[in-house]
Design a protein around this ligand. Structure first.
Ligand SMILES: [Zn+2]
Length: 869
């Protein structure tokens, strides 16, 4: 299996689909979990239609033992009850086939199965999660994660998104426990043996991957009524004080989406459930959304702004799915990208409406850049690709689906206009409610609302990898070429796009010109004669492409930097940096813009983040003896800004100043090697003791302290990690452990990742350890030594994230060769394209180092001399 590849296959497109002779309509499922034994028993009645004469029924089942099967006539007068002659379980195909002595005639019937299964530790299907309560006792929660194809581990079912049905869940649980599922509780009744039975209302018709049930010693907040929808947060005991922010965001999202989509919320209640062990960020189970704790539970007074934004994002993302995904669902897994891209787009739109002052579309530029950084590689992939075996869809859960997909939808929305876009979305959701769709159904709806050739435009963005570089020539003509970090197109990078271009004049009026659709055959042009004030391409900044300007225009933009919108400034600097990294523009262009940032008093953290990221790579490729020169350049660039910002929040801080303050202090204290910053960070850390550092700067202070610290600081940070007051603090202290440069301390952190740290976090901790410039190479050896253990221990779907840390191991180049050889020789079962992309990014960094490393110190020193800072 090679997930994420776009290879066409000789097999029929439905080779992996269940036979269609029998279709399910309604499941009545009773489950009795035994948390102590980590097992469960189940009983399910499935109303089906036999569509054509058949003597066998095939459905999905994995890691289940089926003890009893009977097929009952749905007509009690005719009333047959057939027992099968054979029940065959195919472990590889994860299917159960029930065979009967004589053929079954078409018509309605009910399939009854009795089965048992295990509560696994792999964070998929019906699984076990644990936590230690206030009395120090380990408590167990049984919970579910069905997407993509793990409902079959919890109960036998037709586990394909198109086979929608209703689900009526009943859970038989210990009296001390609570139970949650998709519907509201309709009935509770006692059972023998200290148990009781909890019955939930049937769901609407939906896909199996959206079923959820959770049993454990959990609590729920009182319901908050949001226009008739009861909204609750479910959490472990003692965390009720961390629920108010998610309730506020959840209520906003319910109202925002009901209004935007023009369709009422499709379930009868909404629970947002915090799960101690959770592989992904969150999961959009209808009416019962599950989250990792750090993305739901928060004390706003103890949280950094960026942490609050992340929670608002995830809550809005999941609630958007209740309509887009749950009410209207993709036919097959190739459509997963649209599901996720759309939820990503809607999450930003909803958060932007929640707190306009956060300027969420500006910070989305940083996320879009994460996609463009991958999408400019030969090893990129088209957003949509053929999925045969459902596991291949695992390769879709990446930046190209979420961030590129979300970005191209934003580009389209800005091109056709927000109202027209929304009309098309409404048309699509109303037309296909409770049904399943292909991607083209959305384009058709948007064509109806906009009158534009949406399908033709979007096919160029969705069916091929990569994106264009739009070149503005001195005569005002515009043309596109594919952008590539290796300097030449190839691999999966496409060859031409229909580019929706927005442009505006750079004068006092800032007039937007009519939108241009730039194709490959003809060039377009803008007015750019001698007397022209100049033209900004990608006006507003929402286009998913890069722009290059003639030198005179670059100078014009650099001097008028402050007149551009933040996202436009962001694009200018990120496009320039990408061109340098790709070897298509001199580093001097980037450094010219760095001076413009300083001179204009740039205050936007996203705009600065491009430069700070570039400085991080400089720090890796510079030869050791030149390091003081680079560090000095960093201090020259950032010193005045740091003095200006200070360490503590101030009354005149803008909404995003805190984030900028944290990044500037972090960069100066680490790669800037600034002794003043380092000693002040140490002073604040020592002084804080058990008190709380300011949440916005805490991570930065910890990172600076750790990068200079020894065993005492390590113990102090580890102790706080082990006894956090909230999930965000736990994360800040955990990841700070990866910043120590002492090899023995790095080793200790590696051991922690292998033992104590939850498997939902350990791969990310290893990623941070590998990304540490000093200890990364040593940790890499440990990773290779313990490879087999790592691969079996951690959830397979987040393992490739661990390897993301190796793309900084570019110096010396021999180390990069060693890394590449090992990774190629040890393919991860779910790695596929993602791992190839990490290796290509490593190669791009190596090439940049070989090109610029030796002269970098001189280049930087020269640029700084011209700086007034
Ligand atoms: Zn999603």
């Amino acid at each position: 299996m090679n997930p994420g590849t776009n290879s066409t296959t000789d097999e029929e497109p439905d080779a992996y689909r269940l036979p269609t002779s029998v279709r399910p309509h309604a499941y009545r499922l009773v489950l009795t979990p035994d948390l102590a034994a980590a097992t469960f028993s189940g009983d399910v009645e499935i109303d089906v239609t036999i569509e054509e004469r058949t003597s066998a029924i095939t459905l999905n089942a994995a890691e289940l033992e089926i003890a009893f099967v009977e097929l009952n006539d749905s007509d009690p007068d005719r009333g047959y009850a057939l027992s099968p002659t054979a029940i065959n379980l195919d472990a590889d195909e994860e299917r159960a086939t029930v065979t009967f002595a004589q053929p079954l005639e078409p018509g309605a019937a009910t399939l009854h199965l009795v089965f048992t299964g295990i509560l696994n530790d792999k964070l998929h299907g019906f699984y076990r999660s644990t936590f230690t309560d206030d009395a120090g006792v380990e408590q167990t929660v049984a919970t579910t994660q069905m997407e993509s194809t793990d409902a079959r581990r919890a109960f036998p079912c037709w586990d394909e998104p198109e086979l929608k049905a209703t689900f009526e869940v009943t859970l038989v649980i210990d009296d001390a426990l609570a139970a949650y599922s998709n519907g509201s509780v309709t009935e509770e009744s006692p059972e023998p043996g200290g148990k009781h039975r909890v019955r939930f209302a049937p769901t609407m018709k939906m896909s199996t991957y959206l079923v959820a049930f959770i049993v454990g010693p959990l609590e729920a907040t009182n319901p908050l009524e949001v226009d008739g929808v009861p909204l609750r947060i479910v959490h472990r005991p003692g965390q009720g004080h961390l629920t108010s922010f998610a309730l506020t965001v959840g209520a906003h999202a319910l109202r925002f989406f009901s209004a935007y989509f023009g369709i009422p919320y499709p379930a009868d209640k909404l629970d947002l459930v915090a799960i101690p062990d959770f592989a992904f960020g969150a999961m959009e189970n209808l009416g019962c959304v599950t989250f990792r704790e750090s993305l739901l539970l928060v004390d706003p007074a103890q949280a950094a702004r960026v942490e609050l934004e992340r929670i608002a994002d995830v809550v809005c993302h999941e609630i958007a799915h209740m309509w887009f995904g749950d009410l209207v669902t993709m036919k097959w897994w190739n459509g997963i990208w649209l599901n996720e891209a759309f939820a990503t787009f809607m999450e930003v739109l909803a958060v932007d409406a929640f707190r306009p002052e956060w300027q969420r579309w500006v910070s989305f530029g940083v996320e879009r850049e994460a996609a463009m950084a991958v999408d400019g590689l030969h090893t990129t992939r088209p957003v949509e690709f053929h999925v045969g075996r459902p596991e291949e869809a695992q390769g879709m859960f990446d930046v190209l689906t979420y961030q590129k997909g979300g970005s191209v939808l934003r580009m389209l929305e800005q091109f056709v206009g927000p109202d027209v876009f929304r009309e098309g979305i409404n048309d699509y959701l109303v037309t296909h409610s409770h049904g399943n769709t292909e991607t083209s159904d959305l384009w058709d709806a948007l064509e109806r609302s906009s009158g534009r050739a949406v399908r033709t435009i979007m096919d160029t963005w969705i069916n091929q990898g990569g994106y264009p570089l739009v070149r503005l020539a001195e005569d005002g003509s515009l043309a596109q070429v594919p952008f590539s970090y290796s300097g030449s197109p190839g691999g999966a990078i496409g060859s031409g796009w229909l580019v929706p271009l927005l442009t505006r004049t750079l004068d006092a009026e800032d007039t937007y010109s009519s939108p241009i659709l730039l194709g490959t055959k003809r060039t377009a042009s803008v007015a750019l004669d001698d007397g022209s004030p100049g033209q900004l391409i990608n006006a507003g900044g929402s286009g998913y492409y890069r722009v290059s300007y003639p030198p005179a225009m670059v100078e014009r933009l650099a001097t008028g930097f402050v007149d551009l919108a933040p996202l436009e400034r962001y694009n200018l600097i990120s496009d320039t940096w990408a061109a340098s990294l790709a070897g298509q523009a001199p580093l001097a262009d980037l450094l010219r813009l760095a001076r413009a940032l300083v001179e204009s008093g740039e205050g936007d953290p996203s705009v600065w983040s491009v430069l700070l990221g570039a400085l991080g790579l400089f720090d890796r490729i510079v030869p050791g003896p030149d390091r003081p020169v680079t560090a000095g350049a960093v201090r020259t660039l950032l010193g005045p800004l740091a003095r200006d910002l200070g360490w503590d929040p101030r009354d005149d801080d803008g909404e995003r100043t805190a984030a900028l303050r944290a990044s500037v202090l972090r960069t100066l204290g680490t790669i800037g090697d600034d002794p003043e910053i380092q000693s002040e960070a140490a002073r604040r850390f020592a002084h804080a003791g058990t008190a709380v550092l300011h949440p916005d700067t805490e991570s930065a202070i910890l990172e600076v302290v750790a990068s200079q610290g020894g065993a005492d600081e390590y113990e102090a940070i580890l102790t706080r990690y082990r006894a956090p007051t909230n999930p965000q603090e736990e994360n800040r202290y955990l990841y700070a452990l990866a910043s120590f440069v002492d090899p023995q301390l790095a080793d200790r952190t590696f051991e922690l990742a292998m033992t104590e740290v939850r498997t939902q976090n350990a791969p990310f901790l290893l990623q941070s350890l590998l990304a540490n410039r000093v200890t990364g190479p040593t940790i890499w050896r440990r990773v290779t030594d313990d490879w087999d253990t790592l691969v079996t221990k951690f959830p397979s779907n987040i393992l490739p994230r661990m390897l993301d840390g190796v793309r900084g191991l570019c110096n010396p180049p021999e180390l990069a060769d060693e890394v590449t050889e090992f990774v190629v020789g040890h393919p991860l079962p779910t790695g596929g394209r993602t791992v190839e992309q990490i290796l290509e990014r490593l190669a791009v960094n190596v090439a940049f180092g070989e090109r610029e490393g030796a002269t970098l110190a001189a280049t930087l020193a020269g640029a700084m001399e011209r700086s007034p800072g």
